[in-house]
Design a protein around this ligand. Structure first.
Ligand code: IPM
Ligand code: MN
Length: 375
């Protein structure tokens, strides 16, 4: 029997609640389609960190290398200062395994109400391809206090390694802080190619490149130029451009006019929260951190939502749909489609819904409903 070994990171906040329902749904799909899933659990997150001071040890990264995929609940906890867990676990995995694509579909499923008044009644299916390793997320930065005006900042990615030196000769009256963005031609090239290939495979005819080249010409001119060049290999697919500020407006005004959107890391982060709301809320928004030739990680994009922790009210559908993306990536296309159809069936029927969709069902009741629709 075909079997996959999946690293399971329930994580923080509502992560463990949703991941349990994700496992439930995927197990139902596995037994229907005749493959096996072996779950390798990892305890990393706030609790582990607070007890032992450990984030994500190198030994775990080493072990994960041999897995077929990672399935993540959420990372982040108000008891830990912002950034420690996120950078030390979530971003560390994305960067270490060079998961350079963050694929976040915006699909408005039947039976779900879109919170904005749309110009057309047609279906909404847009794929956001967010670059996932570079841009302002390279983590280069610092704060300059009197007497420390030279920084040697380490930078390590699969595409390059070394350090960036920043030195200040600045007559400033007070403290200054800086954060440097970095985009490489190779980095922009591979994610652009992914976006065009995705367009091709999904029958889309346009890719929109998002940037802010009018205000930040250095990194985003390289970004845009590279997109332009890669696009020449795809003469049947239209190349379209939008500044990120305008993009937010157009996504609200006429989301159906987009097909595939390619965005640098930070702008991609911002517009995909907007995208999530267009598809009925964060409870339905799934994402994949992809390395097409390495280890990929699948997660809901809602984060740990600490206010909702332990209440059993959170919608597990985003996590279940991320699980469907994982099955597709593993080559179980039929099972992936079946999971999506099961979610759609539960949504269309409308009887079992969590509060975010106007219902009063619990997280695990939704998981049960999806699993039995799959059986
Ligand atoms: C996301 C999150 C992360 C990001 C945070 C938690 C670091 O917002 O996955 O969208 O910025 O990428
Ligand atoms: Mn985000």
């Amino acid at each position: 029997m075909r079997a996959y070994r999946i690293g399971l990171l329930p994580g923080d906040g509502v992560g463990p609640e949703v991941i349990e329902e994700g496992v439930k749904a995927l197990e139902a799909a596995a037994s229907r389609f005749g493959f096996g899933l072996e779950w390798v659990r990892y305890p990393f997150g706030a609790e582990w960190y607070l007890e032992r001071g450990e984030l994500l040890p190198d030994s775990a990264l080493e072990e994960m290398k041999g897995l077929d995929a990672l399935y993540l609940g959420a990372i982040g906890d108000p008891r830990v200062p912002p950034g420690i867990l996120e950078r030390g676990i979530l971003l560390k995995i994305r960067f270490h395994f060079d998961q350079y694509v963050n694929l976040r579909p915006i699909k408005l499923l039947p039976g779900v109400e879109c919170p904005i008044k749309r110009g057309s009644e047609g279906p909404l299916e847009v794929y956001v391809v967010r670059e996932n390793t570079e841009d302002l997320y390279v983590g280069l930065g610092g704060r300059r206090r009197p007497g420390s005006d030279r920084f040697l900042l380490p930078l390590e990615r699969r595409l390059y390694r070394g350090e960036v030196e920043v030195s200040f000769k600045l007559d400033a009256p007070d403290e200054v802080a800086f954060q440097v963005g970095l985009i490489s031609r190779r980095g922009a090239e591979r994610v652009s190619r992914f976006a065009f290939e995705l367009a091709k495979s999904k029958g889309k005819r346009k890719v929109t490149c998002v940037d802010k080249v009018n205000a930040m010409p250095h990194i985003y001119s390289l970004w845009r130029e590279t997109f332009e060049e890669v696009g020449k290999d795809y003469p049947d697919i239209e190349r379209d451009y939008a500044y990120v500020d305008a993009m937010t407006m157009w996504l609200v005004k006429s989301p159906e006019s987009y097909q595939v959107i390619l965005a640098p890391n930070m702008f991609g982060d911002i517009i995909t929260d907007l995208g999530a709301v267009l598809q009925g809320g964060l409870g339905l928004a799934a994402g994949a951190n992809l390395n097409p030739v390495g280890l990929s990680m699948f997660e809901p994009i809602h984060g740990s939502a600490p206010k909702h922790k332990g209440k059993g009210t959170i919608n597990p559908m985003a996590t279940i749909l991320a699980g469907a993306m994982m099955l597709e990536f593993l080559g179980e296309a039929d099972a992936a489609v079946a999971v999506e159809r099961a979610v759609e069936a539960v949504l269309r029927e409308g009887r079992v819904r969590t509060p975010d969709l106007g219902g009063s069902s619990t997280t695990s009741q939704v998981g049960d409903a999806v699993a039995s629709a799959l059986a």
